[in-house]
Design a protein around this ligand. Structure first.
Ligand SMILES: NC(=O)C1=CN([C@@H]2O[C@H](COP(=O)(O)OP(=O)(O)OC[C@H]3O[C@@H](n4cnc5c(N)ncnc54)[C@H](O)[C@@H]3O)[C@@H](O)[C@H]2O)C=CC1
Ligand SMILES: O=C([O-])CC(=O)C(=O)O
Length: 315
């Protein structure tokens, strides 16, 4: 049997979806199918064609098609869901729940129908709850339904630390856990600059300011843009997860995983350290947390639970 390229579908051809498509194609991770709702003209086809026409210039090999026909998902190896609305300045992500849960349910039914063996990465907000809706609607096993937040939140954290220390971002490592909201939990005890614990290099006050900026990192961009939300760093974060799966890299990164007793939580999707490889989420790593860290994680989990209360009718 001949080898063939991966087929990666992206549902939602807006800012995050198209940026993700470009990065996937540039890295030759697979052929891309962009899916969006039908409109009078055909912007999804137009965006796909424009992306494809970048391939001879940059020298990447991938087909990119745009469609509103869900049957084009047929046999996709991976599906990325970015469909839905984004928040406006002054809104919280949680305020998107009613609109996006309806969209997520609809989209998830299509994924289950046309791509029943696919690995799904969810981006749409509020992402912890939307990943739950996708999991319940598709009926896929928990290793194949993954939400993206921790890679992005950690990237924001490491960006701010590197700026503060005036050192390379490559030398900063950290871990942001919990829900993708203002109560997310950057774990300072597990954060390093060149192997040196962060609290040896930065004052308590500086660290507290970075934690606060990280928690509000999405809102900072929403306010600066005025319309829409972040898309370059979110797309880069999804692509890191896609690459870990299609290349079976078994990378350790935070992702939104279904928990069955890990960290003492049940029947919830929450950001935790995971191993991501050819089987999707191959494991959840349970870090020992001190009382303060566990309290912070409990608070964050509670805010995800509060949003989950509102998706009852969609699962
Ligand atoms: N989890 C995370 O870290 C992040 C999450 N987000 C979230 O991702 C979502 C997308 O953000 P953007 O791409 O910036 O928004 P966008 O508005 O640019 O794109 C969303 C696209 O979804 C499409 N869509 C709506 N209903 C659909 C359906 N039933 N089927 C197919 N397509 C449908 C829209 O037509 C639109 O093109 C938002 O909910 C946003 O809050 C954004 C950044 C980071
Ligand atoms: O802030 C938003 O609404 C989009 C998002 O989740 C992020 O950029 O972290």
């Amino acid at each position: 049997m001949a080898f063939k390229r991966n087929k990666i579908a992206i549902i939602g051809a807006g800012y995050t979806g198209t940026t993700t498509a470009l990065m996937i194609a540039q890295k030759e991770l697979g052929d891309v199918v962009l899916v969006d709702i039908p409109l009078m003209r055909d912007p999804t086809k137009g965006k796909a064609l424009d992306l494809l026409e970048a391939s001879p210039v940059q020298g990447f090999n991938a087909t990119i098609i745009g469609t509103s026909d869900y049957s084009e998902l047929q046999d996709a190896d991976m599906v990325i869901v970015t469909a839905g609305i984004a928040r406006k300045p002054g809104m919280s992500r949680d305020e998107l729940v009613q609109t996006n849960a309806k969209i997520m349910k609809n989209v998830s039914e299509k994924i289950a129908l046309y791509a029943p063996d696919s690995y799904v990465i969810v981006l749409s907000n509020p992402v912890d709850a939307m990943t739950y809706v996708c999991f319940k609607t598709t009926g896929f096993p928990k290793n194949r339904v993954i939400g993206q937040s921790g890679v992005l939140d950690t990237a924001r954290f490491t960006t701010f630390v590197a700026q503060e220390l005036d050192v390379s971002v490559e030398d900063i490592s950290g871990f942001v856990l919990g829900g993708h909201g203002d109560s997310m939990v950057p774990l300072i005890r597990y954060s390093y600059a060149g192997g040196i614990p962060l609290d040896r290099l930065l004052s308590k006050e500086k660290i507290a300011a970075i934690v606060e900026r990280t928690r509000k990192g999405g809102g900072e961009i929403v306010n600066l843009l005025g319309k829409g939300s972040a898309y370059y760093a979110p797309a880069a974060s999804i692509v890191k997860m896609v690459e870990a799966i299609v290349k079976d890299k078994k990378r350790i990164m935070p992702s939104i995983a279904y928990l069955e007793n890990e960290y003492n939580y049940n029947n919830i999707f929450l950001g935790v350290p995971t191993v991501i490889g050819g089987n999707g989420i191959e494991g959840v790593i349970e870090l020992p947390l001190n009382a303060e860290e566990k309290d912070a994680l409990d608070l964050s989990a509670q805010s995800v639970e509060n949003v989950l209360q509102k998706v009852g009718q969609f699962v």
